[in-house]
Design a protein around this ligand. Structure first.
Ligand SMILES: [Zn+2]
Length: 344
């Protein structure tokens, strides 16, 4: 029994001496684990005379309880100390200015593309996309550009093989849409996307650029609808004062075809170096969808008509923001790109 009291006193002293939770765990293992000192005292009970066992047992239980109570108190005290130390160490000065992360902005081409998409969405158009690696069928054949047409010249087109190529215009999205929607007219879509041509890059030419084309097919669609639509586009993009004019032109996809000029937004039509003194700036190609194009897509050209138009996003961005070199659009100079923050 003297031994029990000694173990208890030693245990309480060891608990008191513990400086952190690790030390305390070691003390717990030493005294209270299955092979600890208290357990080994307990195992001595079987060697005792039966009359002594109750008092012995009571003493051991008391020893165990006191050690457990002391351990619990010490553990709480040490946990509190550890928390206070951590809080003291991790102290944050909330009055310091926060770390600033540089925030980017949208690319000028994205800004123009989104603006044009929004204008057409407000008129009920859907935005449709298509693959950049395209079949000859949709890029040329269905666009009414047969095998011997100069636009197919190796100088102009990046061919992947005899069937596949990098699309040279977003007209490929239109021919796909015509085929897909032949049984669910009317069609009213705009088709934005990157296109590729074998061009030597300079201030106004690029091997990769962005187009947006529009297509409307239905009953009683006329050139007047096209003109009204493009007039609204010109005013939305370049200001309420803008007017447009049509000049006769030729495209394979449309018949009749027109080039569309908008009155110069810099000089209001008086003549300046942007419009080369003419007062007009060419921004679009357009026309009525060629009946043969409708035929090839399985649409009855005697019942339905349609118009189509296409514009270069780079060209519009350059006019709108006064960009003097198309290469700025893809060389990703952060100083140039950051200029467009204010337009968002
Ligand atoms: Zn001008």
């Amino acid at each position: 029994m003297k031994e029990i009291t000694d173990v208890k006193e030693a245990g309480l002293a060891a608990i008191e001496r513990s400086n952190d939770l690790n030390e305390l765990t070691q003390v717990r293992n030493e005294y209270l684990s299955k092979k600890g000192l208290v357990a080994s005292l307990m195992s001595g009970m079987k060697d005792l005379d039966a009359s002594l066992r109750p008092a012995f047992g009571a003493l051991i239980n008391d020893c165990k309880e006191e050690l457990e109570k002391a351990l619990k108190q010490k553990q709480e005290a040490l946990t509190l100390v550890a928390l206070q130390e951590k809080m003291a160490k991790d102290w944050i000065d909330i009055s310091l200015p926060a770390t600033k992360f540089p925030v980017g902005n949208l690319h000028p081409l994205t800004l123009v593309q989104q603006e044009i998409e929004d204008i057409f969405r407000s008129m009920g158009y859907r935005v449709v996309e298509g693959p950049e690696v395209e079949l000859d069928l949709y890029n040329f054949e269905r666009a009414n550009i047969p095998a011997d047409h100069p636009a197919r010249d190796m100088q102009d087109t990046f061919y992947v093989d005899s069937k596949w190529l990098l699309r040279t215009h977003t007209t490929a999205i239109q021919t796909r849409t015509l085929e897909k929607s032949a049984d669910s007219l009317p069609i009213k879509v705009v088709c934005p996307g990157k296109v590729y041509r074998r061009d030597d890059d300079d201030a106004t030419h690029s091997h990769q650029f962005t187009q947006i084309e529009g297509l409307v097919v239905g009953e009683n669609i006329t050139l007047a609808d096209l003109k009204g639509t493009l007039q609204l586009l010109a005013k939305s993009m370049f200001g309420e004062q803008r007017i447009i004019r049509f000049r006769p032109s030729y495209f394979q996809f449309t018949e009749p075809s027109v080039e569309v000029d908008v009155s110069c937004h810099i000089c209001n039509g008086k003549g300046c170096n942007v419009c080369k003194g003419s007062g007009w700036i060419e921004i679009l190609g357009a026309g009525m969808v060629h009946p043969h194009v409708l035929d090839m897509a399985g649409i009855d050209g005697t019942k339905y008509t349609g118009f189509a138009f296409g514009l270069g996003v780079e060209r519009v961005a350059m006019l709108k923001y006064g960009i003097d070199d198309i290469r700025h659009c893809y060389t990703n100079d952060a100083r140039f790109l950051s200029l467009f923050k204010r337009f968002e």
